[in-house]
Design a protein around this ligand. Structure first.
Ligand code: NAD
Length: 309
């Protein structure tokens, strides 16, 4: 297949691009490098630097493409609180720009990487795709709005669409900004260097952490599966882990002795979040294989930035 991946130089995009190229597909990758790193890509991936809102570039890149994976986005929840306009422009506007170009060129299928963040606080866990979304941040709103645009424009113009609501993905190569870094690489690095782990809230909040290789398998299945048009599908591990339990595992795998600091006044996000993955199993044959402990060990082993000093 001829495939285009947007956000290809990012954490999930590069893992997907490299695996698809390894399987023998012809892969083009677009990224504006606002956070991505093209050196993460194998030489078999054809990389092009560009913005998701650059329509002429999209028209050129889409020629002959069968399937598009749309991952280009701004991804930091806390940053989105400060810069909602930017998140709307890239995540929602960029999606509309891409869908117009797909319509113009005539692409068969688009797989959109949405987020479990759109659910917000839900009483029933694990949360299924039927739950009414309660987004709590501009990031979550931008991903939910993008889902609606993808499915509406897709249905109007006969483009097959699949939206994957990925929960907390982690693994080697995850973007590690100086502020608002994702919790797993941040904790691993701090623990390996005997630094400080700051837990927002009381540490009893839960999340569903899913290893990058399992997410890549789900994304590839979504590009090929029959009977998925217009579907919204959760992708997680199906396991609920509290921040306190995560800290215990991080100490164990790093053999570190970090200081643990609770910040009870800061917002720890939704109280509980765990994916019901029944639909992913049924529609995509999805079966997550990497436990959190194994995934943490792999991340530590494969990511040189997280080594002890
Ligand atoms: P990432 O920041 O590593 O990847 C996003 C990529 O998009 C970056 O390489 C960035 O340079 C690129 N990008 C940003 N703005 C762009 C623009 N205007 N034009 C072109 N490229 C642009 O983040 P990630 O964790 O790999 O996330 C990839 C996708 O998966 C995102 O859509 C994100 O919302 C979604 N997602 C991620 C997770 C997770 O836990 N990592 C969970 C749910 C959903």
């Amino acid at each position: 297949m001829q495939i285009l991946i947007t956000g290809a130089a990012g954490f999930l995009g590069s893992a997907l691009a490299n695996e698809l190229a390894r399987q023998g597909h012809s892969v083009r990758g677009l990224d504006d490098l606002s956070t991505g790193d093209p050196s993460a890509l194998s030489p078999d991936v054809h990389f092009i630097r560009g913005d998701i809102n650059d329509r002429p570039k999209l028209w050129t890149l889409l020629q002959g493409v069968d399937c598009v994976y749309h991952l280009a986005a701004r991804v930091l929840v806390a940053e989105s609180v400060l810069y909602p306009f930017e998140y709307d422009k890239v995540n929602t506007g960029g999606t509309v720009s891409l869908m117009e170009a797909l319509r113009d060129v005539g692409v068969r299928r688009v797989v959109f990487i949405s987020s479990g963040a759109i659910y917000g606080n839900q009483d029933t866990q694990p949360v299924s795709e039927n739950a009414i979304p309660k987004p709590r941040s501009p990031y979550a709103v931008s991903k939910l709005a993008a889902e609606y645009y993808i499915r509406t424009i897709g249905a109007l113009w006969g483009i097959e669409t699949v939206c994957l609501r990925v929960f907390n993905a982690y693994g080697p190569g995850q973007h590690l900004p100086p502020a608002h870094a994702p919790v797993i690489p941040q904790f691993l690095r701090q623990a390996a260097q005997n630094g400080t782990l700051v837990i927002h809230g009381d540490g009893n909040q839960t999340r569903d952490f899913v290893y990058v290789d399992d997410v890549v398998k789900a994304m590839i299945a979504a590009g090929n599966a029959p009977d998925v048009n217009n579907a919204i599908i959760n992708i997680g591990s199906g396991h609920e882990t509290s921040m306190r339990e995560l800290v215990r595992l991080v100490r164990e795998v790093t053999n570190g002795d970090p200081e643990i600091v609770y910040n009870p006044h800061s917002d720890g996000g939704p109280a509980r979040l765990c994916a019901d993955i029944t639909l992913a199993k049924k529609k995509l044959g999805y079966q997550p294989e990497i436990s959190l402990e194994t995934g943490l060990r792999l991340t530590l082993e494969l990511d040189p930035r997280l080594k002890a000093r």
